[in-house]
Write a protein that binds this ligand. Structure first.
Ligand code: GLU
Length: 516
């Protein structure tokens, strides 16, 4: 156990956790495991306007489904709690005050209306307003008002915010583990709000204070936070915490499946793919999403796929169990370039995991998908079906979709082979063979195969005389699983029934062919 390595995953409960957030959680998780450190879940819920009920439990359920365990967090506890920022509210004010007292922050009294009006004026001139080292001089704040005026405002309870006083003409250097040295000029940074009118800290203040108090060693998060990091570094400096500042690693963007632009939650519907781990029920249909889980992905495959979205082990190996990932993962193999969200690759990973997974386990996982279709079958039957179908599909529900004939009558017969090779005379041999098989003491795949071979030999027939027709009768296709496995699963009565249903249909194709 390395007590110095402490990482946090710090989602804001503003909606369902996007797959990019899941990747961030995973990289934090993997690094912690690799280093023997501690993983913390911190809920950053200071923005009450954007708070969405249910989002926190969604985050926790998603992480649980994926099998990522945390060491400290809201429902786990730990020595550095509470782990929800709203429950730490009383903690932040004093740091904002300290910054004001030290001249690194100031009170701003501008009303929302006043700032909106200024913003609009700027927009009219096709400019963008920024509250910064230049504009602050014309605005209502403790840097422009007299000490007396400030005192009166504060004492009379006038609403205010506290803003960071970004110095002019300096450079802020970020030494990012992924991106190397990144330099920001302070003249390009705005005076970010640290404490809001409602007394709540903004993300920036709370994040820095908590990372410090929780002794966070590494901040691993999405690239969209890189510009804020310049402000964060100033905060560490002004609070006197620069020596223990965490190391930063900003993860590359996740790009759309077509490689064009950043993947967004709307792309799920657009490309017909999941971009969330599990389903989310929003207020209206366009805010409701199905997740990887509902698409039938196995959580291990999702993790493996996500691990490769911005990282690679430097070898040819692609299939990694979570434990193998924990051993192989290093921050220095995270790439700078955006990673394309290749859904076909995700499906490929899932297929590899399906093949590897024990049939009984798959039978269990298939149960809800079968039930959804109204197929009342046993787990044992699903286990058998999974065994036959798993190499032919990418995701679990495909087993019950493509392999529907294991649960209901054949819907359609592939005509091509029937057209070419069927002849009503073939029925006699097929029925005779079927009767021989029905009478076997044990209706089991290998026995069925041996007995069929004997029958063919005794009657001077070849495989081609019976196999394709048998298969089409049972499944509608010649491409399904092995014939004798299917027969064993369906059982004598069903097999006989399907043959008798198929024959008139085959004869019809034959008649049509001869009449045309
Ligand atoms: N609360 C931020 C988010 O929602 C966390 C960013 C960070 O990790 O610092 O992504």
């Amino acid at each position: 156990m390395n007590e110095k390595i402490r990482l946090r995953f710090a989602p804001s409960p503003t909606g369902p956790l996007h797959i990019g957030g899941v990747r961030t959680a995973l990289y934090n998780y993997l690094f912690v495991k690799k280093m023997g450190g501690t993983l913390i879940l911190r809920i950053e819920d200071t923005d009450q306007e954007r708070y969405v009920p249910g989002a926190e439990s969604y985050i926790i359920e998603s992480l649980q489904w994926l099998g990522m365990n945390f060491d400290e967090g809201p429902e786990i506890g730990g020595d550095f709690g509470p782990y929800r920022q709203s429950e730490r509210k009383s903690l932040y004010g004093k740091y904002a005050q300290q910054l004001v007292d030290d001249g690194h922050a100031y009170y701003a009294f501008d009303t929302k209306e006043a700032l909106d009006a200024i913003r609009a004026e700027y927009e009219d001139r096709k400019e963008t307003f920024r509250y910064d080292g230049i504009t602050r001089k014309q605005l209502k704040n403790s840097l422009t008002l007299s000490a007396e005026a400030v005192k009166i405002r504060l004492e009379s309870g006038s609403p205010y915010t506290i803003r960071l006083k970004v110095p002019r003409d300096e450079e802020v250097l970020i030494n990012d583990v992924v991106r190397g040295e990144v330099v920001f000029r302070t003249n390009e940074l705005d005076d970010r709000i640290l404490l809001k009118g409602d007394g709540m800290p903004t993300y920036h203040l709370a994040n820095i204070v908590d990372d410090h108090l929780m002794k966070i060693s590494h901040v691993v998060r999405g690239e969209e936070w890189l510009p804020s990091t310049a402000h964060h570094i100033l905060l560490y400096r002004f609070l006197g915490w620069e020596d223990t500042m965490p190391q930063f690693a900003h993860l590359p963007l996740i790009l759309r499946p077509n490689g064009k632009g950043k993947l967004s939650k709307r792309d799920g519907a657009k490309f017909g793919i999941p971009v969330f781990p599990i389903s989310w029920e929003g207020e209206n249909p366009e805010d409701s999403f199905e997740g990887f889980r509902e698409f039938g992905f196995m959580s291990e495959a999702v993790l493996n796929f996500l691990a490769f979205l911005g990282w690679n082990p430097g070898t040819e190996q692609e299939i990694f169990s979570l434990q193998e990932l924990e051993e192989a993962f290093t921050l220095d193999r995270i790439s700078k370039a955006g990673a394309r969200f290749d859904f076909e690759k995700a499906s490929w990973f899932n297929q590899q995991y399906l093949i590897q997974t024990d049939n009984a386990e798959l039978g269990k996982l298939l149960k809800p998908f079968a039930e959804e279709k109204g197929y009342g079958v046993t787990e044992q039957y699903l286990t058998a079906v999974a065994g036959m179908m798993k190499e032919r599909v990418n995701v679990l529900p495909e087993i019950v979709d493509t392999g529907y004939y294991f649960f209901e009558p054949v819907r359609e017969y592939e005509e091509k082979m029937i057209r070419k090779k069927w002849n009503p005379d073939r029925k006699t041999a097929l029925l005779a063979l079927n009767e021989q098989l029905e009478n076997l003491p044990d209706y089991q795949a290998e026995k069925l195969e041996t007995s069929t071979k004997e029958y063919l030999e005794a009657n001077g027939l070849g495989f081609g005389d019976v196999f394709p027709f048998y298969r089409i009768a049972l499944s509608g296709t010649t491409k399904g699983p092995a014939l004798f496995d299917m027969m064993e699963a369906l059982g004598t009565t069903e097999v006989k029934k399907r043959l008798l249903t198929a024959f008139p249909a085959f004869d019809e194709v034959f008649a049509k062919k001869n009449n045309s």
